[in-house]
Design a protein around this ligand. Sequence first.
Ligand SMILES: Nc1nc2c(c(=O)[nH]1)N[C@H]1C(S)=C(S)[C@@H](COP(=O)(O)O)O[C@H]1N2
Ligand SMILES: [Mo]
Length: 376
Amino acid sequence: MTSVQSLSSPARLASPEEGISTDELALAARNHGLPLEALRYDLTPPGLHYLLIHYDIPFATDAEWMVTVTGSVARSLTLDMAAIRELPRRTVAVTMECAGNGRARLHPRPVSQPWMVEAVGTANWTGTPLAGVLEAAGVTPDAVEVVFTGADHGVERGVEQDYQRSLSLTDAMADDVLLCYEMNGEPLLPQHGFPLRLIVPGWYGMAHVKWLRDITVVDTPFQGFQQVTAYRLRQEPDEVGEPVTRIFPRALLVPPGFPDFMSRRRFARPGPIMIEGRAWSGWGPVVSVEVSADGGATWAPATIDAHSDAAADGAADPVRRWAWQRWTFLWDATPGAHELCARATDGTGRVQPLDDRWNRGGFANNAVQRVPVTVE
Ligand SMILES: Nc1nc2c(c(=O)[nH]1)N[C@H]1C(S)=C(S)[C@@H](COP(=O)(O)O)O[C@H]1N2
Ligand SMILES: [Mo]
């Protein structure tokens, strides 16, 4: 039996020949990715959006849910869901991606949720701006960060904890940071944080705290496990490491043709094939997408669509700048074996690397997607 230790141990790296373990399989069976063919939808149908749940999904009812606002505030607040729904309403289309996306492609592999490239989805998230709630509570001048606590509880690398993350006060006060109660115009599903979650557009998934039950304004930087132990870019276990924050650019394509059941290798017929995909970045708009059919040796530009308002599920004027963009590329498929790749560059000049970006936690590996296709 595993005991709950007081000190955290570093995440384990798989040995060179070690396959995916049953522990990783159990995680992957709970936390599924986006089937890549679902990149065709501008808004991901909720059941196809990726999922990442560290512990258990809390059982919750809308009628009984309360969220508290405490700490460095003039007035502590306790809000029920009815009170939250009466506050100003805003809808933001957000592409969310797990910071561990791409982890399973690393050598050596950090042992955790074994994502390939599919830990992503886009939804219209509706709620009330966090800034308004913090203003109502009256943040006091000593405040530096805001800590968000979920109702889920577990143990991770020996540390028993509630799921908690913080944001700097500046990041927390940004316009599009929302306390959300709807996804694509419907109440949140249990697995996506029902009845209330935080949405932090542009940030990797770990920041978007689900089952939100407490907001505490603090006067010293938060030192919780998910802030200072997990979600850091480290080469060695004892480094402080850079915090994982915004989403690095990525383009994904819908694998063309049809798959082999077991290997998922693709087969396609010769001739022109319209390749389509999506691209996003949390740092700035995607300014270019390139496609390679020869494993990254040569590249040609794809056409990026403008953000479509057709994606709106009837929500009045959703904010679109945090959502992925569709792109297309006409590929003249010739008989033989090919490797399709796509590469995004954003407005800050950040571009996807050809090779995996390694760190101990397996975070932010946005190396280009590679899709082998046999044309016959
Ligand atoms: N309370 C709580 N919030 C959480 C998590 C969690 O385990 N507990 N997982 C985080 C991580 S790592 C990710 S990637 C996103 C996933 O959100 P989704 O499952 O709605 O796609 O939720 C984040 N919020
Ligand atoms: Mo994640």
